[in-house]
Write a new protein. Structure first.
Length: 183
């Protein structure tokens, strides 16, 4: 009678170590690419949030036949001074034309802070924007520069006086200014 050898169907320790080593190498190769993908995704999300808020504000101004303000805000209730938008912003009625949400009125939209490493700045001297009932924006054209610390790249959201919103590559000098204050 011959003894039959029965295979247990498992892995040897050597085989398991080889598989783990290959998996570790693949993870080390893929980690930087995944980080870049996440950074680009955050930049695209910030770009879409700004552009969407501007379009929404313009639509509300026309639909309600009123003036609507879009401004940076740290608390979601009042407009903050300056051209730094990464801490969040709001869209609100500004019927009394004081550049702040009307007293007693709730903000029409509040957007929270951007993820760490994402910065949004506007053209100098353009800390807040207002839309008239005809859909036009007050003041000069404004350019939002959105940058990512990890990628050292950026995009711009541009608002024309007519109220038109468009996306473009960031201007090199504005991109340097945007990146300068990121860690």
């Amino acid at each position: 009678m011959h003894a039959q050898r029965v295979s247990s169907g498992g892995f040897t320790l050597t085989e398991l170590l080889v598989v783990l080593a290959v998996a570790a190498i693949l993870a080390m190769i893929g980690a930087p690419a995944m980080g870049s993908l996440l950074a680009r995704s955050r930049e695209a999300s910030a770009e879409a949030s700004i552009a969407g808020s501007l379009r929404h504000a313009r639509t509300l101004a026309v639909a309600h036949n009123t003036r609507v303000v879009v401004c940076p805000s740290h608390d979601g209730r009042h407009c903050s001074k300056g051209d730094d938008w990464q801490h969040g912003w709001l869209v609100a009625d500004d019927g009394n034309h004081d550049g702040q949400p009307d007293i007693g009125a709730q903000a029409l939209a509040v957007i929270g802070a951007m993820p760490a490493g994402t910065r949004i700045i506007t053209s100098e001297g353009r800390g807040q924007l207002s839309f008239h009932a005809n859909g036009s924006a007050t003041g000069s054209n404004v350019r939002f520069t959105i940058c990512q610390a990890r990628e050292h790249t950026g995009k711009s959201v541009i608002l024309a006086n007519s109220g038109r919103v468009r996306i473009a590559d960031a201007e090199p000098e504005r991109l340097r200014q945007c990146l300068a204050s990121l860690p």
